[in-house]
Design a protein around this ligand. Sequence first.
Ligand SMILES: Nc1ncnc2c1ncn2[C@@H]1O[C@H](COP(=O)(O)OP(=O)(O)OP(=O)(O)O)[C@@H](O)[C@H]1O
Ligand SMILES: [Mg+2]
Length: 239
Amino acid sequence: MSLAVELRKLSFGYGGGPLVLRDVDLEISAGEFVAIAGPNGGGKTTLMRVALGLEQPSTGEALLFGEPAARFSRRSTLGYLAQRSQLGVDAPATVREVVSAGRLAVGGLFGPLRRRDRSIVTEAIERVGLSASADVPLRTLSGGQQQRAFIAKALAAEPSLLVLDEPTTGVDVDAQEALAALLDRLHRELGVTVLYVSHEFGAVERFVERLVLVRGGIVFDGSPAELPHVWHDPSHVHA
Ligand SMILES: Nc1ncnc2c1ncn2[C@@H]1O[C@H](COP(=O)(O)OP(=O)(O)OP(=O)(O)O)[C@@H](O)[C@H]1O
Ligand SMILES: [Mg+2]
């Protein structure tokens, strides 16, 4: 099984300042569905940014599909929903336009979409359950529906790795469940490697085989069922 993410003896501090992450060793195989959890400020977002090559490790190395993450050659195959990414929500763009932008990123040229691209866009919208709203402005949708539109945008690039950072902020329990089930299908049917990053992993707990807890480093890596009880204690999980 090839590795999607490899972090080796990695440490990181912003601007050469105090280390936010130390001694991180992590391997995520292509096709895994993993929850990355831990307290606020524990370093989850930082870990993902280093893994995606958006920050350079202070020491150690970060590889994506075997290549140095910062110089990864197939950027368009990475789907990244950044934390609190509600970008462009005030713009009049429709769901289909937003999702199409995710497809344009693949071609690299801002020419018209070909028929195959258009059908991939339609399929991505269907997958997230927004077909009925495909041609309405994004800003007229609820927060949870907008979040799904951004997921469809990431899917339109046919990503091999999908990283969602706190995708359920402001999303109700039913929508969280629906998102978890959607990610489970993407992982099983399309083989997408999915990293679900959240201080709250309850919604995906029954779908993921693996839970990684981040608190200044990796403090637990195993099946959610093996999570020591102490980590369920809010005083430990919440900084
Ligand atoms: N751009 C930055 N510059 C300097 N320090 C930062 C920056 N971003 C994050 N930090 C610091 O790095 C540490 C880890 O932050 P990070 O955002 O990775 O945590 P997190 O686990 O994602 O938290 P949350 O659950 O709130 O999203 C925190 O102490 C934070 O203050
Ligand atoms: Mg974060």
